[in-house]
Design a protein around this ligand. Structure first.
Ligand code: PLP
Length: 277
């Protein structure tokens, strides 16, 4: 399966990454993960818009126009004959000897590849368990940057404690999860953290909120606490790879019945209809 690296489609061994790539020394770069359903890139425009915002706010000049990047990704999917899977794409600030200031002349480096990772049907169906954990990340969680050490640490803490995910909170206010957004249902109202600087503005989150509106489910983009989470009827995560996955327990306590709930299931069904065309 081919990679796109800098200017060309190459085999993995043709990816001549250098340690001087600032992604390596500083995590100085941005990324996107796309889902491919039926050979088509899902919500491509939304991902491109977010990429543009991440790039602008960390002051990386994209090495290609958004249209050219779209063409590169489409070609990559075609060359790799990808039907179902994901595309990983990152853009780092460029190559230069290690020093904090932006290099005067460095060309941003684009790397992209595809995977054949399938939809996680078992957890989508059966749900997952989570623990709560303090959100110790910086104050620009809306930028999709390569600095994922806090997310990596959080995810590993979950696995070490025998569950699949963490619900992150700042002083008791729930933000999101290690690689997904988080939503609860209480009295048929859907609650999720507002799309501000404290969470990633998930593409799946936006799709699910649109679907909820269409289903006349009331949506409240307001912060809620761990206590409110424990009193909720349903909880689920949203993300490109996890889609809509029920969360059955948090810190060992069942949310609602401790089973996947009716609002979650309705949103899952509607979500499937957005790509199963
Ligand atoms: N929150 C974080 C921290 C993420 O890394 C991700 C990425 O998958 C999400 C939320 C979900 O965003 P999206 O639905 O765009 O995949």
């Amino acid at each position: 399966s081919l990679y796109f690296y800098k200017t060309d489609f190459v085999e993995k061994k043709g990816v001549n990454l250098t340690p001087d790539d600032r992604g390596y020394y500083f995590g100085d770069g941005i990324y996107e993960v796309f889902r491919v359903y039926n050979g088509r890139i899902y919500e491509q425009q939304a991902h491109m818009d977010r990429l543009q915002k991440s790039a602008a706010d960390v002051r990386i000049t994209l090495p290609y126009s958004l249209e050219q990047i779209g063409d590169i990704l489409t070609k990559l999917v075609q060359l790799n004959e990808l039907v179902e899977g994901t595309i990983y794409m990152q853009i780092t600030r460029g190559e230069a000897p290690r020093a904090h200031p932006f290099p005067a002349e460095a060309t941003p480096v684009l790397l992209a590849y595809t995977t054949e990772v399938k939809r996680p049907l078992t957890t989508i169906q059966n749900g997952i368990h989570a623990i709560s954990l303090e959100d110790i990340r910086w104050l620009r969680c809306d930028l999709k940057t390569l600095n994922l050490l806090p997310n990596v640490m959080a995810k590993q803490t979950a696995l070490d404690r025998g569950v699949q995910e963490v619900v992150l909170h700042r002083n008791g206010t729930v933000t999101e999860c290690s690689a997904s957004n988080f939503m609860i249902v209480k009295d048929n109202v859907l609650y999720t953290h507002p799309a501000n600087n404290l969470i990633l503005h998930g593409i799946t989150r936006a799709v699910v909120l649109r679907l909820a509106n269409a289903l006349h489910i009331e949506v409240q983009e307001v912060p809620f606490t761990l206590e409110q989470l424990q009193q909720a009827d349903e909880a689920f995560i949203t993300g490109t790879t996890v889609e809509v996955t029920p969360v059955l327990t948090v810190d060992g306590s069942p949310i609602g019945t401790g089973q996947s709930g009716p609002v979650t299931r309705k949103l899952q069904l509607e979500f499937e209809r957005t790509f199963a065309l």
